[in-house]
Design a protein around this ligand. Structure first.
Ligand code: NAI
Length: 338
């Protein structure tokens, strides 16, 4: 199938071109993000492959359908950026990569926790300036601390295994997790309220849906234990970033590790180093010594990239042959309130 790739970068081109040797699809690379303004580039392509910060709203999907696109392949697990109801109305099939490497995201979560706790980002900068002082770099033992995971799907479970290794006590917030399943994994099932009050580290692993938008708002932040660490490798809008800023300014929140940011679209994945950063909240967040931000890179391992490429191209082949798409297909009912 002829597939137009949007928001492409060297790292995904390499992985897709290698994987495509076994599939033989015709891949065309476009650097711009897929938005209603750039959708014209997709005209005549039956397949479109998009990334997390493309904007697949109703206008964009309508233009895709008019241009002859029948399949939208998301090279991501998250699908919050797609108007699935409109896609379904237009008869567009949407597939994603439900699982590629939960370990990649879980390990990045651990990297953020460790770096923030032991202030590796500050130590690195200091030592390069020949400042070998240790003042201000005191961390805490993770051993025996309470880590709350919100969302115990593939990534949450992989994260739990890592923090068990550190000897942490694990709290789990997930309405779909049964008490017995939780206990079998060494997790204590709790409510979000309980997790907020008890966690030394609270980490988010839920999808972004209308029900989870601003799950961590001002009230939730206020309920967190003073000095606790908040980690988000899920989706930016799970946290109200203005409220986060206030919780950091007041000193109530101890640290924040973010791989995703509410307004990351148009910023993350770009080299803006020669420009003036226009997002004041992000700019302010970057001034805190106890905030560590990475630009949506938790998925970025060789293993994950190859799995993403393989699964995506396999779905395209299945679609072409009219074969069942199984768990890769995303349907509107997955985001509609039940
Ligand atoms: P999953 O679908 O396996 O698990 C999600 C879990 O969240 C489910 O068990 C569900 O019951 C639970 N959940 C839903 N709403 C909840 C709520 N309000 N409170 C508590 N639990 C709730 O998804 P997976 O693979 O673990 O991924 C989670 C999210 O991580 C994705 O939706 C995606 O947005 C994000 N992600 C981020 C990446 C990155 O590079 N930063 C890469 C891959 C995924």
């Amino acid at each position: 199938m002829r597939i137009a790739f949007f928001d492409t970068h060297r790292f995904d081109r390499t992985a897709f071109e290698e994987a495509n040797a076994g599939f033989g699809h015709a891949l065309t690379w476009f650097e711009p993000r897929l938005t209603p303004q750039t959708v014209g580039l997709a005209a005549g392509f039956p397949g479109v492959c998009s990334f997390v910060n493309d904007r697949l709203d109703a206008a964009c999907l309508q233009a895709l359908a008019q241009g002859g696109t029948r399949l939208v392949a998301l090279r991501s697990a998250g699908f919050n950026h797609v108007d699935l109801v409109e896609a379904e109305r237009l008869g567009l099939t949407v597939v994603r990569v439900p699982e590629y490497s939960p370990q990649a995201v879980a390990e990045h979560t651990a990297a953020l926790v460790l770096a923030l706790n032991r202030k590796v980002h500050r130590a690195y900068a200091r030592v390069r300036e020949w400042n070998f002082s240790l003042d201000g770099l005191v961390g805490f033992d993770l051993y025996g601390k309470t880590v709350a995971l919100v969302g115990l799907g593939r990534i949450g479970r992989a994260t739990a295994r890592i923090f068990h290794g550190f000897g942490c006590k694990l709290l789990a917030v997930d309405p779909r997790l049964s008490g017995s399943d939780a206990r079998a994994q060494g997790l204590e099932p709790v409510t979000l309220e309980d997790a907020l009050a008890r966690a030394d580290v609270l980490s988010l692993h839920v999808p972004l849906t209308p029900g989870t938008r601003h799950l961590i708002d001002a009230a939730a932040l206020a309920r967190m234990k003073p000095g606790a660490m908040l980690i988000n490798t899920g989706r930016g809008a799970l946290i109200d970033s203005h409220a986060l800023l206030e919780a950091l300014k007041s000193g109530h929140l101890g640290a924040a590790g973010l791989d995703v940011y509410e307004e990351e679209e148009g910023i993350f994945f770009q080299d803006l180093s020669g420009q003036v950063l226009q997002d004041d909240v992000l700019a302010r967040l970057l001034t805190f010594p106890n905030v560590l931000i990475t630009a949506h890179q938790a998925f970025l391992t060789r293993e994950a990239l190859h799995a993403i490429a393989r699964t995506t191209l396999e779905s395209v082949t299945r679609f072409e042959r009219g074969e069942p798409l199984g768990a890769t297909e995303v349907r509107a009912e997955q985001v509609l309130p039940r």
